[in-house]
Design a protein around this ligand. Structure first.
Ligand code: GLU
Length: 459
């Protein structure tokens, strides 16, 4: 079986050293979508071999964030820290086959070197090296990188990439603490875990020739590689916390829906091939293919994410909102929840706006909080107009939109004012704020008595 015909097995392999960046989340999403689109397997591997940078909270957050995004993995998580024996064996094999060597250079010596490692221990006779190891001298194991020739691999997005071997260091594969470096662990795991495709951020592209050499030295076939385009901050440069929200946790805290974030991130570098943008997960899976990923850097546009979030809010079932409203106002009648949900759903940009935007449907506003709107629309005559309106509303038998509108028109005509000069003060009087759903709808939802009560509180 060639790599191209093997069953798809892909992984997300984060290092638990910090928060889950949106770039990492996008990598996870592409691996997930690719696995689902091809009937393959998506597994999670925790690359926790850098003990200095390991952070237990980061691991917890990472798992929580992936679950929140609903990127359910089929296997794992596998922890590299539990597989040290395997890496040790492979490092030993590389020593035995002459593809790696013990290096006894001290930190102090390494610090004096200017251009990477000078291969000082490379020519040490194996017997002498073995003796040093047996006497307990500290060592690392380094890969014996070929000194000439070049290493090629085919990146699925960028085509052939060739690196002169003289540019590659004799990289450390096993550290003093017997933990593997990222390079060895990644290659060994991708082999034994039968990874068919490595989809990862393009900051790893310079590591790939080193990995290709390791595969060769171990006698293994390398997986296929696909390095994903970099995500840039809106004004250029790397996306970072300093420039605003950058982690999945940040966007969750801001009130984004996980589906909206997944949808938005999926489009950073990929497109379904038509002009669809707002997609449910199922649609994304159906449309996904590696061919439609493009290698060019992409900018992160938070305005677009905001828009996308609103679009996904509209796709939520009404029951989502009625449940949330029930939690907010446990003593209220449930028929009202559905009406309020229908009115607010088209207006929400974030689900966490629900308490503020729904409040006046359930609680009488204490005062007009929207000072700006008040300054603009409230006049000395407003209380008088509102009193007339209350009287007119009182006459209504069937309190529906049509009759409410007619009552407004009647007051406007009899007092010779424009609708805005009645409707805006009335809105302020019943809701306390100057913007929201249609006024007739709000009044209908509040009910006749409540409206009249609120209007008559104005003086
Ligand atoms: N542990 C690496 C990371 O944190 C994984 C890179 C790879 O996918 O090979 O991104």
């Amino acid at each position: 079986m060639t790599q191209e015909t093997k069953p798809v097995r892909v992984r997300f392999a984060p290092s638990p050293t910090g928060y889950l960046h949106v770039g990492g989340a996008r990598t996870a999403i592409y691996n997930y979508l690719f696995a689902k689109a091809t009937g393959g397997t998506f597994y999670l591997r925790i690359e926790d071999t850098d003990r200095k940078r390991y952070n237990e909270d980061a691991l917890k957050d990472l798992l929580r964030d992936l679950e929140w995004l609903a990127l359910n993995w089929d296997e794992g998580p596998y922890f590299q820290s539990e597989r040290l024996e395997i890496y040790g064996k492979e490092a030993q094999k590389l020593i035995d086959s002459g593809n790696a060597y013990y290096c006894f250079c001290t930190e102090e010596r390494l610090q004096t070197l200017e251009h990477g490692y000078d291969r000082h221990c490379r020519e040490l006779p194996p017997e002498a090296a073995k003796q040093k190891v047996e006497t307990g001298e500290k060592f690392v194991i380094r890969f014996k990188s070929p000194l000439d020739g070049s290493t090629k691999f085919n990146d699925l997005l960028r085509g052939n990439i060739e690196t002169p071997n003289k540019d590659l260091d004799d990289l450390v594969i096993l550290k003093r603490d017997k933990f593997p470096t990222y390079h060895l662990a990644s290659v060994v795991d991708d082999h034994y875990m039968q990874t068919s495709h490595v989809l990862r951020g393009d900051e790893w592209i310079s590591s790939t020739p080193k990995h290709v050499l390791l595969y060769k030295a171990l006698g293994w076939e390398a997986p296929l590689f696909c390095h994903l385009p970099v995500i840039l901050a809106p004004g250029g440069g790397k996306l970072s916390k300093r420039k605003g929200a950058a982690s999945v946790g940040d966007f969750r805290d801001l009130g984004y829906l996980p589906h909206a974030l997944v949808n938005f991130l999926s489009l950073l570098g990929w497109s379904p091939g038509d002009d669809r943008e707002v997609m449910e997960l199922k649609e994304m899976i159906e449309a996904f293919s590696l061919e439609r990923i493009q290698p060019k850097a992409v900018a992160f546009d938070e305005k677009k994410l905001e828009w996308m979030n609103g679009m996904h809010i509209r796709l939520l079932p009404n029951s989502y909102f009625t449940e949330e409203l029930k939690k907010l106002y446990p003593n209220e009648q449930s028929e009202k929840f559905l009406k309020v949900a229908e009115l607010l759903k088209p207006r929400l940009k974030f689900t966490n706006e629900l308490p503020a935007l729904s409040n006046y449907f359930f609680e009488r506003p204490q005062k007009i909080v929207d000072e700006k709107a008040k300054a603009k629309y409230w006049t000395e005559q407003s209380p008088e107009h509102i009193a007339l309106l209350a009287n007119e509303l009182e006459k209504i038998e069937i309190f529906n939109i049509q009759n409410i509108e007619a009552a407004f028109m009647k007051v406007c005509e009899s007092s010779g004012i424009k609708l805005g000069m009645l409707a805006q003060p009335a809105r302020l009087a019943v809701s306390g704020v100057g913007a929201g759903p249609g006024l007739w709808e709000i009044l209908e939802c509040l009910g006749k008595e409540e409206c009249i009560f609120r209007l008559r509180c104005v003086n």
